[in-house]
Design a binder for this molecule. Structure first.
Ligand code: ARG
Length: 566
């Protein structure tokens, strides 16, 4: 695209417009039927002593046909350009690879992504999908853009939850599987609410763990090990791979030392028996940030401060992303302000990537007694339901089981990363499993249909590097080429804004463009990909292959398996 923008700037320069200013003014118009690219001329009027329409007319006059641009036409204060379609098409198709959207913008920069980060001794629940999956996609996107990614799982392996578990172990015996842990935990929670003094026992156990009491440590280790093993099943299923597994317990001691240090350098102060960082000057409503309670017990926020500092030392990050529920929004604003106030200027490199809730039938997915729906159950159910859909649509399919698993998983993943992250998910099986509409299975289906055309066309070798783009003159083809050209930008934008839905949008638009090309071909035989004329067929197969390649690459970025048949 840049070359075409440069060509427009060169035309404008011939009419006296400063070339760089012209270059940065070129835009892609919303209304594609008038122009491929537009140059608004308001900015240049004053300097050239002409009205914007006069500048536009002069630029249109300076245009000479030939080369990258096909035409230029003044329309009021704008100049509307048409690209030379065959040239553009050829360049775009040549640029599409499996690595679509790749760039070296992140070269030499480390990005720490804190994601997943569940609490141990409990199973992964449905809502854990969000942090895990959004985080994994952000890892994929940052890698594609050349960053050195450290995907980090920050286990919640401390606190009264652990204390309650210990009371449960004392009362009901030691559990040996995570399922048993979960039951013990639920029983213990109830026990602690119902029995006087039980909560004090839980707090005492939490404290013993903080102090590295051997018995507490022994139980903590097995809870942590069993939990991680259990999490791994779901992580493998979803393609989630952390580079580093840390936990909150690591930061009890360094958190305490940090409090002492901040008291000493006077960035923290004593208040009502505890210690706070005053954030009043850092922003409205941030208030005071408690970093030590009067009873001295370790706090989430203090551990997070120590963890941030430790990660800076270990990874020297250029960015650190915390992929956490929107409910912790104020907390993260306070955390970053607290880092900044206490002299950690790199606090500006930290960002909270927030996401909305998972709602099932309009209410939060985690409310069920016993802690809510297990994520693994949801995935199994998706597999089961997808199996029924696959049987119905294509009963001759060779590997139905594998396809059903991929389709069910795609449905679940796409409802998470297919829409702006801050929105709540309204979970509904029928909607997410539909082969029609904005769903994971729809995208897989369109990808599989491109694969099927390629197979029928005998297009087994997808390494074609050049072709006769002048054969691709239909508007449907042009739309597809434009969508392919825009795809890389969507990857860049998704990464920069930490918003996977830019990729989902671009995928969905491309898939719809491909569907209407397909439909047009079934109505009008001359538009079929597999036409009689060999040269046209070869060019069209080339285009279809690049659509296939982009759909596959985009789905993979979203953590979805692009199946070839379904
Ligand atoms: N374990 C926490 C929870 O379940 C999330 C931790 C997020 N990461 C962090 N550095 N605070 O709410």
């Amino acid at each position: 695209m840049q070359e075409f923008i440069d060509a427009i700037a060169a035309v404008a320069a011939r009419a006296g417009v400063p070339e760089n200013a012209a270059r940065s003014s070129v835009t892609v118009p919303k209304e594609r039927d008038r122009a491929d690219l537009t140059l608004p001329c308001f900015r240049f009027a004053k300097q050239l002593g002409k009205s914007p329409p006069q500048v536009a007319a002069a630029v249109a006059d300076a245009f000479e046909p030939g080369g990258l641009l096909a035409s230029a036409e003044a329309a009021g204060p704008f100049v509307n350009f048409r690209l030379d379609r065959p040239t553009f098409t050829r360049k775009v198709l040549q640029s599409v690879t499996d690595n679509i959207g790749a760039s070296d913008e992140g070269a030499g920069q480390a990005v720490v992504i804190d994601y997943g980060s569940p609490n141990i001794a409990k199973p992964l629940l449905f809502h854990h999908l969000r942090s895990s999956m959004i985080g994994q996609v952000l890892c994929n996107l940052h890698r594609r853009r050349g960053y050195e990614v450290v995907g980090l799982n920050f286990l919640g392996d401390l606190g009264t939850a652990f204390g309650k578990l210990m009371v449960g172990i004392e009362e009901f015996g030691e559990p040996e599987s995570i399922a048993a842990y979960n039951r013990t935990y639920v029983q213990a929670s109830n026990f602690c609410t119902e029995n006087d003094g039980a909560m004090d026992r839980a707090r005492a156990w939490a404290k013993r763990l903080e102090e590295d009491d051997p018995e507490a440590l022994r139980h903590w280790e097995s809870a942590r090990r069993l939990s991680l093993g259990e999490f791994q099943t779901v992580y493998d299923w979803l393609g989630i791979r952390h580079d580093v597994v840390d936990g909150e317990k690591m930061y009890v001691k360094s958190g305490q030392a940090l409090v002492e240090e901040l008291l000493e350098n006077r960035t923290a102060e004593e208040s009502e028996g505890g210690v706070v960082i005053d954030l009043q000057n850092a922003g409205k409503k941030l208030g005071k940030f408690l970093i030590r309670k009067s009873d001295g017990a370790s706090l989430y926020q203090t551990r997070d401060l120590a963890a941030a500092r430790d990660r800076m030392e270990r990874f020297g990050f250029a960015k650190m992303l915390y992929v956490v529920d929107i409910a912790q929004e104020l907390y993260f604003r306070q955390l970053f302000a607290a880092l900044k106030t206490t002299g950690h200027d790199w606090a500006d490199r930290c960002r909270h990537v927030k996401f909305g809730q998972v709602l099932v039938d309009g209410s939060r997915a985690k409310t069920r007694e016993g802690g809510g729906t297990h994520l693994e159950e949801v995935l199994r159910e998706g597999e089961r339901r997808a199996r029924a859909v696959v049987e119905e649509k294509n009963s001759d399919l060779a590997d139905k089981a594998a396809v059903a698993k991929a389709v069910g998983t795609a449905a679940v993943i796409f409802c998470d990363v297919g829409f702006p992250t801050t929105k709540n998910i309204n979970f509904d099986w029928n909607a997410i499993l539909s082969f029609d509409g904005r769903t994971g299975p729809y995208l897989q289906y369109v990808h599989a249909s491109a694969c099927s055309i390629l197979r029928k066309g005998g297009y087994t070798e997808s390494k074609q590097t050049d072709g006769d783009a002048s054969r691709l003159t239909d508007d449907h083809e042009w739309t597809l080429v434009r969508r392919l050209a825009e795809f890389s930008d969507a990857v860049g934008k998704a990464c920069a804004e930490c918003e996977p839905s830019h990729v989902s949008n671009a995928l969905y638009d491309l898939a719809r463009g491909f569907r209407s090309y397909h439909t047009a071909g079934s109505r009008d035989a001359s538009l079929r990909v597999l036409v009689d004329d060999d040269a046209t067929k070869t060019a069209r197969l080339w285009l279809v292959d690049k659509v296939r390649c982009t759909l596959a690459a985009g789905l993979r970025l979203l953590g979805i398996d692009p199946v070839e048949e379904m």
